[in-house]
Design a protein around this ligand. Structure first.
Ligand SMILES: C[S@@+](CC[C@H](N)C(=O)[O-])C[C@H]1O[C@@H](n2cnc3c(N)ncnc32)[C@H](O)[C@@H]1O
Length: 271
């Protein structure tokens, strides 16, 4: 493994999203914008068996099911709240949702044609173990793929808020394995898990909010941002919002267009 990563701890507590509806507004709607070009890029046939690892509230799963017409889909996530939201989606009645951790998947070896992670790898305490698990459950000849915000390269959709918090002296609210989101790290992780024909692609997306207030509200879907904002004094909030407005180039409560960039990676399990 050549990626310079901090010593991982497989036992670290998962980064838990505890409100599926709030997650959907904050991030699920971003994820679906990446999901479509990602699936186009994978170019896999209909009728396969898929694992959606870190499926969360089912936002990627929904696009997967409607676009790929899979034979079978299993979604795994450690968050009961996210899975409860996913199970309520009308299009996902046939999906089997399991509570589990990407580092020790509750699945047999070689049982899937395609195993994917959508916006998850940077939350996994030991990303190399997470990718090895994706490879383990994939059949020979199958595909292992992921997309993640280019956090290190400034591609995170809530970057303006993260920057403003840092500028105001709040400790980093970033995911534990942000380093894994770069293209280089992704390639090394995929090769390190024994995958072949490893390729990457950049996916740029944007989202328009009707007002600054709408953008600000959705950010509260992140438990860490929500908890921090809940304890901030009104004057601190005012300063933070001013900094975020400045970074986004928006005045008052006008509409906001936000851009984001994801790195996608795919590889094939050798026969
Ligand atoms: C940003 S959300 C992505 C959800 C969904 N895949 C999507 O595209 O919107 C990250 C998800 O990773 C899950 N997660 C965090 N740690 C995990 C782990 N160790 N193994 C599997 N999933 C994990 C979280 O519960 C959360 O639902």
């Amino acid at each position: 493994m050549q990626v310079s990563a901090p010593a991982p701890s497989i036992h670290a507590a998962p980064f838990v999203f505890d409100d599926g509806a709030a997650y959907e507004l904050m991030m699920g709607r971003w994820s679906t914008r990446v999901a479509q070009p990602f699936l186009d890029w994978l170019a896999l046939p209909h009728g396969l068996d898929w694992l959606d690892d870190g499926c969360g509230d089912g936002s990627f799963t929904d696009v997967l099911v409607s676009r790929q017409h899979p034979a079978r889909v299993v979604g795994v996530d450690p968050s009961q709240a996210q899975l409860a939201y996913a199970r309520r989606r009308p299009g996902l009645a046939q999906v089997r949702f399991l509570v589990g951790d990407a580092q020790a998947l509750p699945l047999a070896s070689a049982c899937m044609d395609a195993a994917v992670m959508a916006l998850v790898l940077f939350f996994v305490p030991d990303p190399a173990q997470g990718v090895r698990e994706l490879a383990r459950v994939t059949r020979p000849g199958g595909t292992v793929a992921a997309y993640h915000w280019d956090v290190a390269g400034g591609g995170f959709p809530l970057q303006a808020i993260a920057d403003a918090l840092r500028a105001e002296g709040h400790p980093s609210q970033g995911p534990p394995s942000a380093w894994a989101s770069s293209e280089r790290a992704s390639v090394e992780l995929w090769r390190g898990a024994g995958l072949a024909d490893v390729q990457t692609c950049r996916i740029e997306v944007s989202r328009r909010f009707g007002s600054f207030e709408e953008f600000w509200r959705t950010a509260r879907g992140s438990p860490r941002v929500r908890d921090l904002l809940a304890t901030a004094a009104p004057e601190q909030l005012h300063v933070l919002q001013a900094r975020v407005r400045e970074r986004l180039g928006v005045e008052g409560d006008g509409p906001v267009s936000v851009r984001a960039r994801a790195n996608a990676v795919k590889g094939t399990k050798p026969a």
